[in-house]
Design a protein around this ligand. Sequence first.
Ligand code: ATP
Length: 595
Amino acid sequence: MQYSGFNKILRSVFVQTLLNKLDDGTFSDFFEDWKWIFSYSRKYTKVIICYTIIGIISSTLGLVSSVASKYMIDIITGYQFEKLWLVAVIMVSSMVVSLLFTSLVNRYSTKLSIYVNNDMQADIFDRIIDADWLSISQFENGDILNRFNNDVNTVASNAVSWLPNLIIYVYSIAATLAVILYYDATMALIALLSAPILLLSGRYLMRKNSEYRRKVLEVNSKLMNYEVETFYNFDTIKSFGVMEHYSKGLRGWQERFKQTNLAYNLFTIKTNIGMSVLSAGVSFLAFGYCLFRLWTGDILYGTMTLFLEQRSKLSNQFSNLVRIIPGMLNSAVSARRIRELVELPREVHMPEQSERMRQAAQHGFTVQLEHVNFAYIQEHRVLTDSNFIASPGEIVALVGPSGEGKTTMLRMILGLLHPNQGTAQLVTQDGETVPIHADTRRYFSYVPQGNTLMSGTIADNLRVVKEDATEEEIKQALETACAWEFVQKMPDGIHSLLGTRGRGVSEGQAQRISIARAVLRDAPILLLDEATSALDVATERQVLRNIMHRHPNKTCIVTTHRPSVLNLCQRIYRVIDTKVTQLDEQASNQMVQDF
Ligand SMILES: Nc1ncnc2c1ncn2[C@@H]1O[C@H](COP(=O)(O)OP(=O)(O)OP(=O)(O)O)[C@@H](O)[C@H]1O
């Protein structure tokens, strides 16, 4: 009894060790990735089944045609002409139908991969846009672009066709083997000789392939990011005259890309050579065996032709099977890279509060931060025990040296970042408090630092925040932002075309169009992050006065390095040494003088 218990434990330990040895995570990771891919292709199940059936029929017809040709040879060599026509008709018609079906499979797989590509991209796009700000900002733009395009393309081109192809190839191999087995069991055994070697080397090859592929994609992402950044900063590069530096940089990345790609290519070549040698060895053995059987008179010419044809077919089907394996592995690597984006934490939505909040929005909101601590990176505090309040009808300023945390405060007010400790909330006129989150962002208009215009007309740029805005509404917003004067002088007025990042207007004009866009949104809270830095003092003050005069309920929060705005503000907060301190009147006046 005791012995049997011990034996059981020993056996289970042994089985577990064996399983661990067999799978170091390579297979389970692979299955996880493919499970994810199937979640996309699932809705095309019917088409996939149809595709598989067509493939199987086409392969069967190919086989029928081969068997028919065996009989044809036997008939001719045996001079039995009476069945010749029947066999010829079977042979030709099965070949034609098989060709037709192969073309159908090709058409289907292309269509499906486009559907899946579009589906996946649209879904990933929505996920990226809804991802938690801090998490997604860890990824470089070029890397996101590479995953979004190349990786999705790799997955989509295999997602739908892989399983049917696998079924079709395995079926074809099994059917071919069955035909061979029917005529000669030893021949079938010879054809199967390479299988154990392939199975044994499978895990190693899978892991290596995934490693190489991942490296290639990572370097490709870096290269892409370099290109994106270079084109984005075209003006800076040109004005510093550092084209050569960037040109050299590009070549450096290309060199790394070349090396990783070539290393991968070498691995692929070695694997192919190994497979081909194995397949050639089996082929020679089969050929020798056929000749021997023919010589001993056990088989006729027709059977020998059938064997040799099936052997070469088997080897083709085997290489087809082997060829879909890298595609399948590469898809798993790409799927993992896409999942890293898709599975990023998403923003927190609280839609149930929407209606109540919409009603409260008419009276404006107070923005309130209490005892807030925040760090982007642990142990590297940006805000400590910070308090802040801004109410409807007020302009409140955040000032302080560069890099002390003003933009971080705005990100927290917008709900892009969340306090590690403390609270960030909106307070309604009735005193109800609502924690700031992704959905409260609809009550904000934000003008970030830098040029945020996009290519399109001025009207297009404004309508980003209000699709159905009339020309009159656009004009009013431009007037409030002191932009109408120059826009109306442009040849096409609000329909004037701007290039990428607002090319075609000056920095100050671009800032005013951005402010007009924020005004058009007509949200109860307006955040201006150095948004008037390129304006002259008179225009800057006029813009702020217009906003507060035309929208008296607005809560306006500005960050600034300039004194001109400060004496329009009801309150000034200084951000310094991770602390946010409200300045009293004397300190505020002193600050205006010190600027
Ligand atoms: N995405 C980020 N990840 C990590 N650290 C960040 C990130 N953004 C900002 N920081 C750090 O947070 C600190 C505050 O940055 P923030 O942009 O809020 O400063 P700021 O006061 O707005 O500066 P400026 O006046 O120059 O715009 C800086 O030390 C900066 O390095």
